[in-house]
Design a protein. Structure first.
Length: 330
């Protein structure tokens, strides 16, 4: 059995999807032949996308697996042989009017109808697709993101007087302005991984937040950021999954995250949950972690139990089962 994995044309600053599947397929390479095929054009404009659709049609294999933000190529693939992975539905929340209608139809509704199976990375995404696209729930399979083990060497003493708080990502859904308001007046260092634009920098300075920022980090440098911090902040308003929660659990740091979207199902008992729309709730969550060593120990121990759910070999076995089912039916 051959599986053809369709990936978007690579470009700088977007690689999370590629890393996700590289992690999985490393565990599958001895069982199934998987051929990665990058589409010829960036997913911009009608002509480029049309070329991608035609190329995908010509490159079909025993099983076709469509990933990332190129769902529309599924419109011309064999319905019996196609697996479609939907990572999140955030674009449907962001767009309005005719643009939302076009994206919903060409990226979600029509490709999903033509796919044999759809995989999603959380129950939250599945619920959204069933509601938004009127898709049969039994055609959607939840396969979480694989998060490989990270070095969980013991941390240094928790810096109660001035903890280092790590924030991963700066997009709008990461909820940085409310995080800043919540931390205002608390002695801490906010370590931001991601681009900091002029507006965000101005907000940080006005709030008198002691912060550092970095972007374009290597994997090793990112792991070191986790090791150097005392708390991981992840109070997003929406997430398709929430990988930093599990990464924090691997390095055994307490994580403060949101009580909505996919984050509770990902974090399990190994996180402190807050209302991301309530600055007081966010502030209280951080104060509890800073002031209560028993809470920190409890969250870290629960994280050790929770993180094993996302081991790459477990996720890979789920995809192997999906591929064999699709190939058998085809």
């Amino acid at each position: 059995m051959n599986v053809r994995l369709f990936l978007r044309k690579p470009f700088a600053a977007q690689f999370s999807v590629e890393r996700y599947f590289d992690t999985i397929f490393e565990s599958l390479r001895d069982q199934i032949y998987i051929d990665r095929k990058h589409l010829p054009c960036r997913s911009k404009g009608i002509i480029r996308r049309g070329i991608n659709v035609i190329a995908a049609r010509l490159w079909q294999s025993d099983v076709n697996h469509v990933t990332g933000d190129v769902n529309y190529i599924g419109l011309m693939l064999s319905p019996k042989r196609t697996v479609l992975t939907v990572l999140d539905c955030q674009v449907l929340q962001r767009l309005t009017g005719w643009r939302r209608a076009v994206v919903k139809t060409l990226w979600f509704s029509w490709p999903m109808r033509r796919a044999r199976l759809i995989t999603v990375i959380s129950d939250e995404t599945k619920r959204t697709l069933v509601k938004e696209c009127d898709c049969e729930p039994d055609r959607i399979v939840v396969v979480p993101v694989a998060v490989p083990p990270m070095d969980s060497s013991p941390s240094s003493d928790f810096h109660t007087d001035c903890p280092r708080i790590l924030q991963i990502g700066t997009k709008a859904n990461k909820n940085i302005p409310r995080l800043i308001d919540a931390l205002c007046g608390l002695p801490c260092i906010l370590d931001i991984v991601g681009p900091v634009n002029d507006d965000l920098r101005s907000t940080l300075l006005q709030a008198n937040i002691n912060f550092t920022s970095s972007s374009g980090l290597s994997d090793d440098e990112l792991v070191q950021k986790y090791r150097d911090c005392d708390i991981v902040a992840f109070v997003s308003t929406y997430e398709g999954f929430g990988m930093p929660i599990i990464e924090a659990q691997w390095v055994e740091r307490p994580v403060v995250t949101s009580n909505c979207s996919s984050m509770p199902e990902v974090g399990g008992d190994g996180a402190v949950y807050v209302d991301p729309f309530d600055v007081t709730s966010i502030r209280d969550g951080f104060q509890r972690v800073i002031n209560d060593p028993d809470l920190r120990a409890m969250v870290i121990e629960a994280g050790r139990q929770n993180r094993v759910r996302f081991l790459p070999e477990k996720i890979a076995s789920q995809f192997e089962q999906i591929y064999r089912e699709v190939a058998g039916n085809a």
